[in-house]
Design a binder for this molecule. Structure first.
Ligand code: ATP
Ligand code: MG
Length: 243
């Protein structure tokens, strides 16, 4: 897609370093998501994409660098605070609570702001995700893998984030479900929500995103408008390595 990039950064990651024990796997990554922008991080397996996202969300500690969101330093903040500030991450692998109903799974997404759940948010979610309205009373275990991923995304959206982070929402899903999830993300972006997506389905991701960063071995090795990335040498190198 391409375009946006004009406004000031909403999320600003600078010189991010992250380690598991003594093994550093993110070595000084810097990137931005601007207000109202759809940004995609692309890179091969093990490049460090999920690690970067987890560090932003406060799920794993940072070894160095800064993370600012809407002008606030959230580098050392607890996950709950980061969610309240407006950053919600949908984790890899459609993790929902199987024994709970679809509706109860959705209400969990409102807990950070409303400890007893906020039912007033359900109507908008059922409008955005009609497939969830039909299944609202079913246990999540009865949903297909694709429906569980849509539920996981809906659980993130109901928290009303300013920035929605999606980590490989397409994993293991049929093309029609992938399109549905990316189309919803693009629609949310048009309504003003910023999106940070990690994907392996390169072409579809670039079609929906404004801006793209290429990740390789814990570093940002390239960036550019999404519509100029497809077929570029930089993209080829990030996936296959330098010849
Ligand atoms: N909990 C962990 N403990 C130790 N090393 C880890 C852990 N999680 C990830 N790693 C390592 O950190 C590096 C980056 O992994 P990460 O999961 O961030 O990559 P990724 O780009 O998200 O890959 P994928 O596309 O497969 O999801 C890899 O070498 C991985 O083996
Ligand atoms: Mg990952």
């Amino acid at each position: 897609m391409g375009a946006p990039r004009s406004t000031a950064a909403l999320l600003e990651v600078r010189d991010l370093h992250v380690a598991y024990g003594t093994a550093e796997v993110v070595h000084g990554a810097s990137f931005d998501v601007r207000a109202g922008e759809f940004v995609v991080l692309l890179g091969r397996n093990g490049a460090g994409k999920s690690t970067m996202l987890h560090a932003i969300s406060g799920l794993i500690p940072k070894r160095g660098g800064t993370v600012r969101f809407a002008g606030e330093d959230i580098g050392a903040a607890a996950p709950r605070h980061i969610v309240r500030a407006g950053v919600v991450q949908v984790l890899e692998g459609h993790r929902v609570f199987h024994s709970l109903s679809v509706e109860d799974n959705l209400l969990i997404g409102t807990y950070a702001r409303a400890p007893r759940g906020d039912r007033s948010k359900l109507d908008r979610i059922y409008t955005l995700f009609p497939e969830m309205a039909e299944k609202r009373h079913d246990a999540a275990s009865r949903l297909s893998g694709g429906q569980q991923q849509i539920l996981a995304v809906a659980q993130g959206v109901i928290g009303d984030p300013k920035l929605l982070i999606l980590d490989e929402p397409s994993a293991g899903l049929a093309p029609i479900v992938i399109d549905r999830i990316l189309d919803v993300a693009a629609a949310l972006c048009r309504e003003g929500m910023s999106i940070l997506l990690v994907e392996q389905i390169v072409e579809k991701a670039l079609r929906h995103a404004h801006h793209c960063y290429l990740v390789d071995t814990g570093r940002i090795v390239g960036e550019g408008p999404a519509d100029t990335m497809l077929g570029s040498d930089a993209l080829h190198e990030a996936y296959l390595g330098k010849a």
